[in-house]
Write a protein that binds this ligand. Sequence first.
Ligand SMILES: *[C@@H]1O[C@H](CO)[C@@H](O)[C@H](O)[C@H]1NC(C)=O
Ligand SMILES: *[C@@H]1O[C@H](CO)[C@@H](O)[C@H](O)[C@H]1NC(C)=O
Ligand SMILES: *[C@@H]1O[C@H](CO)[C@@H](O)[C@H](O)[C@H]1NC(C)=O
Ligand SMILES: *[C@@H]1O[C@H](CO)[C@@H](O)[C@H](O)[C@H]1NC(C)=O
Ligand SMILES: *[C@@H]1O[C@H](CO)[C@@H](O)[C@H](O)[C@H]1NC(C)=O
Ligand SMILES: *[C@@H]1O[C@H](CO)[C@@H](O)[C@H](O)[C@H]1NC(C)=O
Length: 342
Amino acid sequence: MKNYRYCFKKLLKFIPAGFIAVMLISYGFPHKDSVEKSIRCLNLTNISCPRCLPQSARHIVPEKKTLCLKLSGRLGNNLFQIASVFGIARAKDMHFTLKYSQHLKHLKEIFKIESLLVNISCPENFITDVKHCSFSNVVLKYPNNKDYLMYGYFQSWLYFFSVEPEIRTMFTFQSKIRDEAQNILRNITQFHHQKYSLTNNNSMTYVGIHIRRGDFLKERNVKLGYKTAPALYFENAMEYYRKQFTNYIFIVCTDDIEWSTKNLGHKSTYYVHEAFYIDFAVLSMCNHSIISVGSFSWWSAWLANGQTVYYPHPFEKNTYLETKFSSHTRDYFPLDWIPIDI
Ligand SMILES: *[C@@H]1O[C@H](CO)[C@@H](O)[C@H](O)[C@H]1NC(C)=O
Ligand SMILES: *[C@@H]1O[C@H](CO)[C@@H](O)[C@H](O)[C@H]1NC(C)=O
Ligand SMILES: *[C@@H]1O[C@H](CO)[C@@H](O)[C@H](O)[C@H]1NC(C)=O
Ligand SMILES: *[C@@H]1O[C@H](CO)[C@@H](O)[C@H](O)[C@H]1NC(C)=O
Ligand SMILES: *[C@@H]1O[C@H](CO)[C@@H](O)[C@H](O)[C@H]1NC(C)=O
Ligand SMILES: *[C@@H]1O[C@H](CO)[C@@H](O)[C@H](O)[C@H]1NC(C)=O
């Protein structure tokens, strides 16, 4: 009975008062059993998919349409897509679901996002973004009385800052990955303590550094306008944190260890090179971040949720990539992130 009341209260939030009045006048009070059955269904689907409810229960849920997201690209792209389309759906008072795909299967192994997995067929009519790395009103302007397939990059924090707590809950690591990342940090800390004869009481500040180079240096990408951050940027960024903290460790994840070991200082600097999702988890468990380019960098910092230092020239001037950003690039880089220019 307690559950029933709890659920019913929860359910009431989703039903406009006028609707209930009309329902009561037309049909009398809804039968308790049918309400309970519907609530069970709502619980199962986490109110994310009215179409998944049995026909008999649909009248209980106000008719909302659904944004169905088709994922594309890799980890960082997928996180932008999920966060942004979730935010857009919320802003437009629509439901959010993910189209089942291989991407999703992999994401599920990394994050606890089971509650979002609904296997339904997505609509054909689709909406996409034009400027991948900026906020666009246009994708918010379509009417919300139709289901849509969402396909694009949506790489702007402006799409989802209003649902930040929910996004953080959604992107919680699976325990196995979290534990492995924690072990790595612990191991490095122990090693560091021994090396510098520190006591375990010295509280440590972890600064994650992500250095993306590899694919960004390929001729094709250079032509499109992709850039990498230069050595001096990392040096200045590390100095920024050295000035603030006494006991710190830099944790570096990179696809170019050779360049990094040659160009970065060595003191209190440790390299982690495991599966990409372990590196990602380690970076996002650090207290603060130094990022380079690309959405993997971006998300490791957003999840770490401390101070973030970034390289403010993500593209070469007069290139294709430049056309994907807003002129000030602040649609892409959150306002409290700190640019370090050189
Ligand atoms: C629905 O979920 C809530 C909390 O998630 C739970 O307390 C309740 O027992 C569930 N109700 C039913 C009918 O399954
Ligand atoms: C429902 O989904 C939201 C995110 O969409 C999540 O925060 C919440 O914990 C989920 N609730 C249940 C009962 O699964
Ligand atoms: C999703 O639904 C389709 C069609 O109903 C089915 O072929 C597919 O196996 C389902 N996938 C999962 C993971 O349940
Ligand atoms: C722990 O650190 C030591 C020294 O750096 C290293 O040799 C070892 O492989 C590490 N173990 C794990 C589980 O990371
Ligand atoms: C470290 O902490 C332990 C207990 O928390 C305490 O007994 C010890 O004196 C501390 N050592 C130093 C050097 O502060
Ligand atoms: C810094 O990060 C470590 C590792 O995730 C965490 O245990 C610690 O609580 C963090 N410190 C602060 C001050 O947030």
